[in-house]
Design a protein around this ligand. Structure first.
Ligand code: VGL
Ligand code: ZN
Length: 209
């Protein structure tokens, strides 16, 4: 697959808390760093996202007495899965994994920073309407196609790719550069939506120089 100067690689949430030993560790999460490092030189645009929650965030089970991580509740903007406290602003867990080395990244987009609303997607908060500004950034920079890698395949990577399609960007997920949480079949569920929305799932060996 040929990468053009107008393509962007968006590396989703490669943070300590999503890697082994972290508060919301994704199984084998750090295994994606090697493929990410290998494909990064093909891209002239690289963006990193950073899950960045206020303490007492509404997505934390600890903010809802009697609730436990991985349960679901209804909030005014819809269903919300509850998570262990993770990626608290300024904490070690919120820092990028030390083996991720992408100093050429042109933008770090923080999301989920408002206490009362979560944001899985890099484009919209979980009400599906409050924009992060990323679509405008990409358009002003002349980016046409969006490639995704990182964590987690079935949450922040997946929701970002679906929103990219909704906004009209061709969207590709580099599957071997992602790992899933897979909560109650979430990985299979989101793949059904990828097919419907036209998200293309590819493997990193398809990148040639
Ligand atoms: C994520 C759950 C909660 C993710 C972030 O990066 O996929 N998942 N916050
Ligand atoms: Zn989060």
């Amino acid at each position: 697959m040929q990468i053009s100067p107008h393509d962007v690689l968006i590396v989703i949430d490669m943070q300590n808390d999503f890697c082994p030993g972290g508060a919301l560790a994704v199984a084998d999460g750090e295994a994606v760093i090697q493929p990410i490092q290998r494909i990064a030189p093909h891209f002239q645009h690289i963006i990193l996202t950073q899950d960045w929650h206020a303490s007492g965030h509404t997505s934390f089970a600890s903010s809802h007495p009697g609730k436990r991580p991985f349960e679901q509740i209804e909030l005014d903007y819809g269903p919300q899965t509850l998570w262990p406290d993770h990626c608290v602003q300024g904490s070690h867990g919120a820092e990028f994994h030390p083996a991720l080395h992408l100093p050429q990244a042109e933008l770090i987009l923080r999301k989920g920073f408002r206490r009362e609303i979560d944001s899985y997607s890099a484009f919209f908060e979980n009400d599906r309407t409050t924009a992060t500004g990323l679509a405008g950034y990409l358009r002003e920079r002349g980016v046409t196609r969006v490639f995704f890698a990182g964590l987690a395949y079935d949450y922040c990577v997946g929701y970002s790719a679906l929103d990219a399609r909704r906004l009209g960007f061709p969207a590709f997920i580099i599957r071997d550069a992602c790992r899933a949480i897979d909560l109650n079949g979430s990985a299979a569920k989101i793949e059904t939506e990828f097919a419907r929305a036209g998200v293309t799932v590819i493997d990193s060996p398809r990148f040639s120089s």
